[in-house]
Design a binder for this molecule. Structure first.
Ligand SMILES: NC(=O)c1ccc[n+]([C@@H]2O[C@H](COP(=O)([O-])OP(=O)(O)OC[C@H]3O[C@@H](n4cnc5c(N)ncnc54)[C@H](O)[C@@H]3O)[C@@H](O)[C@H]2O)c1
Length: 242
C-alpha cells in the first residue's frame, strides 16, 4: 500500500499545510526541514491529533544529510512512496547587485537540493517499482521576474530537471511532476514588503496576479498522490501567474 511521504521544507508555510493535509488523509508523514525544531514540533502536533508523523532535520543541499533523511523514513516506516520537495530559499537583489555568494546560496538549496532529494528518493523507490516525486518550482521559473533572477533561474532549472527525470525513471514506475504555486501568503512571500505593499498585493483579483490560497496547493498535491493521477508524469502545473 502506498502510504509514506517525505515533505522537505515541511516546517515552512506551504510544506506544513501539505504535511497536515496528507496526515489527515492517513499517510505517514516525514516532516523534513533545515529548521529541525520546527519539523519536530509539527510532527508532535500531528501525533497529538492521532496522525502518524516523524520530524527530521535536513539540509537538502548536502548529500549525506539527504541520504540520512531518506534512511530515517525507511527505518521508521519501511518504505518511501512520495517525495515532495518544498524546501526553498528566496532573495531580493538586482542582477547588478547580486554577489556570487548570494547566487550560490539560492541555487544550492532550490536546484541542487531538488536534484539530491530526487536522486536519493528514486534510489529508495526503484526496488519496489513504485513512487512519485513532486518538485516545487514557481511561475517565476516560467515567466521570470525582476530582482530575484537567481530564484527564477533555479526554478526554471527545477522544471527542466523534473521533465528530464520523468523520462529517465518512467520504466521504474516512478512519476515526477512540478507544481508551481502562485504568490501565496507565507514567510517567504511576505518578506521584504511593508504592510501597505502587502495589502495592495492581496487586494488584486486572484485571477490577475493576486494570492494563491493554500488549499489550492494542498488540493493539487492530494490529486497528484491519488490513484487518479497514476499516469501523469513530466508535467508542470501552474497555479496562477507570478
Ligand atoms: N509562497 C509563495 O508565494 C511561493 C510561490 C511560488 C513557489 N514557492 C515555493 O514553495 C516552496 C515553499 O515556500 P514557502 O512559501 O512555504 O516558504 P517558507 O520560507 O515558508 O518555507 C521554506 C522552508 O524551506 C526550508 N529550508 C530552507 N533551506 C533549507 C535547506 N537547506 N534544507 C531543508 N530545508 C530548507 C525552510 O526552513 C522553510 O521551512 C519554495 O520552494 C518556494 O520557492 C512559494
Amino acid at each position: 500500500m502506498a502510504e509514506v511521504v517525505i515533505v522537505t521544507g515541511g516546517a515552512g508555510g506551504l510544506g506544513s499545510s501539505v504535511c497536515s493535509a496528507l496526515a489527515e488523509d492517513g499517510l505517514k508523514v516525514v516532516v523534513a526541514d533545515y529548521n529541525g525544531e520546527g519539523a519536530q514540533a509539527l510532527a508532535a502536533k500531528l501525533k497529538s491529533e492521532g496522525r502518524e508523523a516523524l520530524g527530521v532535520g535536513v539540509d537538502v543541499g548536502d548529500k549525506q544529510s539527504v541520504e540520512a533523511m531518506i534512511q530515517s523514513a525507511v527505518d521508521s516506516y519501511g518504505q518511501l512512496d512520495y517525495q515532495i520537495n518544498f524546501a526553498g530559499l528566496m532573495g531580493r537583489f538586482s542582477i547588478a547587485d547580486m554577489t556570487e555568494e548570494e547566487w550560490d546560496r539560492v541555487i544550492r538549496v532550490n536546484l541542487r537540493g531538488v536534484f539530491l532529494c530526487s536522486q536519493a528518493a528514486a534510489t529508495a523507490m526503484r526496488p519496489r517499482k513504485q513512487g512519485r516525486i513532486l518538485n516545487v518550482a514557481s511561475g517565476r521559473g516560467v515567466a521570470g521576474a525582476p530582482y530575484s533572477a537567481h530564484y527564477s533561474a533555479s526554478k526554471a532549472g527545477v522544471i527542466a530537471f523534473t521533465k528530464s527525470m520523468a523520462v529517465e525513471v518512467a520504466s521504474d514506475n516512478i512519476l515526477v511532476n512540478n507544481i508551481c504555486p502562485g504568490r501565496t501568503e507565507t514567510p517567504m512571500a511576505r518578506a521584504g514588503y511593508t504592510e501597505e505593499q502587502w495589502q495592495a498585493i492581496k487586494a488584486v483579483d486572484p485571477l490577475q496576479g493576486g494570492l494563491t490560497q493554500k488549499d489550492e496547493i494542498t488540493g493539487l498535491v492530494r490529486y497528484l498522490v491519488s490513484d487518479a493521477a497514476r499516469f501523469i508524469t513530466g508535467q508542470t502545473f501552474l497555479l496562477r501567474t507570478p
